[in-house]
Design a protein around this ligand. Structure first.
Ligand code: BGC
Length: 440
């Protein structure tokens, strides 16, 4: 139980988050993405699955909005598939692809739910990968054109825009470790990709504003606090390096401080991609910073993640709710963003459906409750956290894990795709209804 008073205002944003590739399906109605290609390579996805049907959301969007209504959320964070809007990534716009999002926005607004679209959540059109992907500077103009096409169509109704979801994961997992699409393993490409992602973000901000008068624009980063596992100075140095790579690399330039010099040195980055004026573009003012938080990590002198024996989720992540407070406090203290939103927080759990598909996921309930308490704590301490989005509405395609790791508040039957709200759905509904006190 929390001892933090409920101080969430009436305008507190309660939402759920999803992403296009992870839920939409209907892949034949859009262009090929790097994730379609990656899924076709044997061994890349743990259970050998792909995103062709996913949670079948394109077909069931109205049913899903009905579920959101039942849940009582006032905001829905989703992403737009670039390849549904521009099948080749540039040039011709597919108006029928935009129609889907146009209708989604209208239906959400009719349901009293504020749309929070993200323009890029990892599903790059494959033709852009073929001309260099995020490692090539030419992608910046492509992203700006795409952002402009979407904002021109939806900007009269969408008030809250996010450019990118987790540039760290895009650059690191996609270009350095290769565990995500496009599966490259080049430090040079990863560093170039990271810079072009930030540049694409900053370049798109004024274009979005021009099409969407009075809107708010932000970007979403993932933060994972890093601790050294013991007193070994080498472990301390490693923890600092990983903190620089994962947590400081993106937020510091966005906040106008440039890239963290200690990490730039450790990486041996010559910054050849950084041209005059780039850092100013990257630091263009934003209206909110989105914070994705799942866990904290302990590392040894070799940079390996070390288990502490504390409780973990089904993806092996330590359950560390106080890390969320720590991140929010640090961000406010160090950078003073006008507004913070917790844009994704959730857990994979080993859900066991009964014969009716009912999942009594008290472990996920505990996870959500303990993290929402930390949001309350942050608000009580005057940290400007304006909203919380649970990850995720539906069981979905969890990237390299395929469908084996489930994060949904709603179970999606793997065969029929029928939806069944879990215990955590009902719990979150009570939280929203009471605007915070998460006691039952
Ligand atoms: C990412 C999602 C991912 C989830 C769980 C979120 O923060 O944006 O794409 O599925 O974390 O790993």
């Amino acid at each position: 139980m929390t001892d933090h008073p409920t101080t969430l205002g009436d305008d507190f944003v309660w939402g759920v988050a999803t992403s296009s590739f992870q839920i939409e399906g209907a892949s034949s109605e859009r262009g090929e993405t790097i994730w379609d290609r990656f899924c076709s390579i044997p061994g890349k996805i743990a259970d050998g699955t792909d995103g062709r049907i996913a949670a079948d959301h394109v077909r069931r969007a109205r049913d899903d909005i009905a579920l959101m209504r039942e849940l009582g959320i006032n905001a829905y964070r989703f992403s737009i598939a670039w390849a549904r809007v521009m099948p080749n990534g540039r040039g011709q716009v597919d108006e029928s692809g935009l129609d889907f999002y146009d209708q989604l926005v209208d239906d959400l607004l009719d349901a009293g739910i504020e749309p929070y679209p993200t323009l890029y959540h990892w599903d790059l059109p494959q033709p852009l990968e073929e001309v260099g992907g995020w490692a090539s500077r030419r992608i910046v103009d492509c992203f700006v054109d795409y952002a402009g096409a979407v904002a021109a169509r939806l900007g009269d109704r969408v008030q809250f825009w996010t450019t990118l979801n987790e540039p760290f994961a895009i650059a690191n997992h996609g270009y350095r470790t290769g565990e995500h699409a496009p599966g490259r393993t080049s430090v040079t490409d990863a560093l170039a990709a990271a810079h072009h992602l930030l540049l694409a973000h900053g370049s798109a901000v004024p274009v979005i504003r021009a099409h969407s008068p009075g809107c708010e624009v932000g970007v979403v980063l993932r933060f994972t606090p890093v601790e050294q596992v013991d007193d070994d100075p080498a472990a301390e140095a490693m923890a600092n390096l990983i903190d620089g790579q994962e947590n400081r690399w993106f937020v510091e330039p966005l906040a106008g401080f440039g890239y963290p010099s200690d990490t730039v040195r450790s990486e041996g980055w010559d910054q050849v991609e950084v041209r005059d004026g780039d850092l100013e573009i990257i630091a263009r003012p934003i209206d909110f910073l989105g914070v994705n938080y799942s866990t904290r990590q302990y590392v040894d002198a070799d940079g390996n993640r070390v288990s502490t024996g504390r409780p973990i989720t089904d993806t092996g992540w330590e359950i560390a709710p106080d890390g969320l407070y720590e991140v929010l406090h640090w961000l406010d203290d160090a950078f003073s963003f006008r507004k913070l939103l917790v844009t994704a927080n959730g857990a994979a759990m080993p859900d066991e459906p009964d014969a009716d598909g009912w999942v009594d996921d008290q472990d996920r309930v505990d996870y959500l409750r303990s993290h929402i308490e930390q949001v309350q704590r942050a608000v009580a301490n005057q940290i400007p956290v304006a909203g919380y989005f649970a990850w995720s509405l539906l069981d979905n395609f969890e990237w390299a894990h395929g469908y084996a790791k489930r994060f949904g508040l709603v179970r999606v039957d793997p065969t029929s795709h029928d939806r069944t709200p879990k215990a955590s759905f009902h719990f979150y509904r009570r939280v929203i209804d009471a605007n915070g006190p998460c006691t039952s």
